[in-house]
Design a binder for this molecule. Structure first.
Ligand code: TXA
Ligand code: MG
Length: 323
């Protein structure tokens, strides 16, 4: 059931969470599929709803800084500085977990992922519930994350007890995940908060984790993926590729920032994307979802610039196109 996030809807959502049910809710990044992070049975429902392998840990969402100590221990001063600077907001921190944190949540890892989302509805829900909500993105395993309530319903349908609806997700891509448990600070998933922003805040180096070692299954290669065969092409290649498909009588969609045709070419549709990275990120998942639902033979995506503001976008595009 989709409900506008009024006070009474939030109270209803809190009740469902207390009863061990699943509530999807908007965050500033993407919609989350939430369950009481202290209830192992509720947590297991998240894995079942998503068809998510049990060895892929979840992020615990918090509504206040006072709760951080319930989940993490040996918290470095760096981490507190980052929470002060970036929370509420799209930054997830990997911290050493408290011994009593359920293994189901962390997939048996010694760390726990914590984040305080900035979306007002997410914060109201978290503060009304009063404790941690475990929430992955509200999509099926490997699929495109939802950025609207309708997309959540399309992904999860009846397996979610309640969907809180509110203004669309402003960031549009999942949070940056930063590992602060090691001496070297490592971004294990890029997002809106860049290495440069974190380095500036802490006055120390921050690395993007470029190793091929998959530290969690969620980092594996195929992810955020349309069902339609999808290819990432250089701006200089996409026009020719599109025309070749169209000439072969194959319906093709171009998701592009720069390509345009003065005359409409049958078989070929253009999805025009914004030139700036913030607007592009906000629109990306809904565009992929819409194009995927139109049953093209192929989706062609123009590779955006390779600069840092585009880093998270390139990460998701590479994974959407992974074989
Ligand atoms: O923006 C977001 O972070 C969204 C919204 C809903 O908050 N959530 C989200 O959750 O993207 P999910 O489950 O789709 O992605 C979380 C990623 C997964 O790849 C998981 O493997 C990783 O975080 N993760 C969680 N706990 C971890 C841990 N202790 N160590 C390493 N990776 C972890
Ligand atoms: Mg996800």
């Amino acid at each position: 059931m989709i409900k506008n996030s009024t006070s009474s809807a939030i109270a209803q959502a809190v009740n469902i969470l207390h009863q061990g049910g699943l509530v999807a809710f908007p965050t500033e990044t993407v919609y989350g599929l939430g369950a009481d992070a202290n209830n192992p049975l509720a947590i297991s429902k998240i894995y079942a709803a998503k068809n998510r392998p049990a060895n892929n840990p979840l992020i615990v969402h918090l509504g206040t800084l006072a709760e951080v100590g319930d989940w993490a221990c040996d918290i470095p001063s760096n981490a507190w500085r980052l929470m002060q600077a970036f929370w509420p907001g799209p930054l997830t921190l990997l911290l050493k977990k408290q011994p009593n944190v359920a293994a189901a949540l962390t997939a048996g890892l010694p760390t726990v992922a914590l984040r305080m989302p900035a979306h007002p509805t997410a914060l109201r829900l978290l503060q009304a519930f009063g404790r941690g909500i475990a929430a992955p993105s509200a999509n099926k395993f490997t699929r495109i994350s939802p950025t609207t309530a309708a997309a959540v319903a399309e992904e999860l349908g009846d397996v979610v007890d309640f969907i809180l609806e509110d203004q669309a997700c402003e960031v549009g891509l999942e949070s940056t995940i930063l590992d602060v448990t090691q001496n070297a600070l490592n971004i294990v998933r890029p997002g809106k908060i860049t290495a440069t922003a974190i380095a500036q805040c802490l006055q120390s180096d921050v690395l993007y984790n470029t190793s091929e070692n998959i530290i969690a299954p969620g980092m594996h290669k195929l992810h955020y993926a349309p069902r339609t065969p999808t290819h990432l092409l250089a701006p200089t290649e996409i026009q020719q590729a599109a025309l070749t498909h169209a000439a072969n009588n194959q319906r093709v969609a171009c998701i592009t920032r720069t390509l345009s045709f003065t005359n409409k070419i049958s078989q070929l549709d253009i999805f025009a994307m914004p030139l700036n990275p913030e607007a592009y990120a906000r629109q990306l998942y809904q565009t992929l979802r819409t194009a995927d639902n139109l049953n093209y033979h192929t989706l062609l995506i123009e590779r955006p610039p390779q600069t840092e503001p585009w880093h998270a976008i390139n990460d998701r595009l590479n994974k959407a196109c992974a074989k």
